[in-house]
Design a protein around this ligand. Structure first.
Ligand SMILES: Nc1ncnc2c1ncn2[C@@H]1O[C@H](COP(=O)(O)OP(=O)(O)OP(=O)(O)O)[C@@H](O)[C@H]1O
Ligand SMILES: [Mg+2]
Length: 311
């Protein structure tokens, strides 16, 4: 199951992604992916080092994933939205091709840092494109988790990436600004049939919680209070989930339980993969590659666990 953490800058996406990843790792295998412009997830997980960035190996990733799919001529014809078809290589969570490092019981992958040159231009999206390609070719099942720490604000729906999750947690502080991203995201989400749930963070009082409840209604599924244990970790103290306050731990349980109850919809996943690819092809990719990329869509390909082959 795949979950993304989105929200306003500074709302707590990285903190809650890291706590959630640690928590889910008690249940099953977890891949945590840092897909933010500012790469902080490793730090929040306590990693001493980070793995080689996915953003730096885009061509290799494309070559690997296209396998011997006859509809994809070469790696250069493959764009971030090119969906798998018959002959493509489908991957499991722990596919060793994708570099990761083990920390806090999870496998950490990173898109890599974004230089000043990358911001606002194609590079940023192509780095995140590595994650989109991975998720498009990933066949995951219940009890295994991919947790993605996304970039702040509306940038996260600038590509098809936001439709690649079973569930999206929108982190909101109990302030007007905090819920403004929610409104924006909710409207996009509704247009694309994306499931979102709101997670309150830095909630200090029943009034804070009531404010969020008033603003977002039943989309609010859990709240986190300011955590002295998290603060202590940021000050350099060793940290494990056992140090987390009981109420915050219960909220992690709620998030995990909600994700576990989410039904996986491979049919929708496949349909949207094709839809975003067509859109992307029309918008720029046909021009960039000099090909009709819609022809890469294999109408007879069916997503799901049965399509995984090994080797
Ligand atoms: N529940 C919490 N308890 C204590 N500190 C918190 C909590 N949530 C977030 N913080 C702190 O607030 C700051 C911002 O959190 P975080 O980095 O997780 O936000 P973010 O949404 O990932 O920010 P960015 O948009 O910059 O990536 C960090 O210093 C973090 O430790
Ligand atoms: Mg962050």
């Amino acid at each position: 199951m795949r979950v993304a953490f989105v929200g306003k800058g500074g709302s707590g996406k990285t903190t809650l992604s890291s706590l959630f990843a640690r928590h889910a790792a008690r249940q099953g295998p977890v891949v945590a992916i840092d897909a933010d412009i500012n790469q902080h997830l490793g730090l929040a997980l306590g990693a001493a080092e980070t793995p080689p960035p996915l953003g730096g190996m885009l061509i290799d990733i494309k070559d690997y994933l296209r396998g011997d799919n006859p509809l994809i001529r070469d790696a250069a014809s493959m764009v971030k939205t090119t969906p798998p078809g018959r002959g493509s290589r489908l991957v499991r969570l722990d596919d060793p091709f994708f570099p990761s490092c083990r920390v806090a019981g999870v496998s950490l992958m990173v898109t890599g840092p974004f230089g000043a040159d990358d911001l606002g231009v194609a590079c940023y999206h192509s780095k995140v494109g590595a994650v989109e390609l991975y998720l498009n070719h990933l066949v995951d099942g219940p009890g295994e988790y991919v947790v993605v720490d996304m970039t702040a604000g509306a940038d996260s729906f600038a590509s098809g990436l936001f439709t690649r999750f079973d569930l999206t947690y929108l982190v909101a502080e109990p302030t007007r600004q905090g819920v403004s991203v929610y409104r924006q995201y909710r409207d996009y989400a509704a247009d694309f049939d994306v499931r979102i749930a709101v997670v309150g963070n830095k909630v200090q009082s029943p009034d804070d919680e009531a404010f969020l409840r008033d603003e977002v209604g039943d989309d609010l599924i859990a709240c986190f209070a300011h955590s002295p244990a998290v603060r202590a970790m940021e000050q350099g103290r060793p940290f494990g989930l056992a140090d987390l306050e009981p109420a915050n731990l219960r909220s992690l349980d709620t998030l995990l339980d909600r994700l576990d109850r989410q039904r996986k919809d491979w049919e929708k996943f496949g349909r949207q993969a094709a839809e975003f690819h067509r859109r992307n092809a029309r918008a720029w990719a046909n021009r960039a590659t000099g090909q009709d990329l819609a022809a890469q869509i294999d109408p007879d390909f069916v997503y799901g666990p049965a399509t995984v082959t090994t080797g």
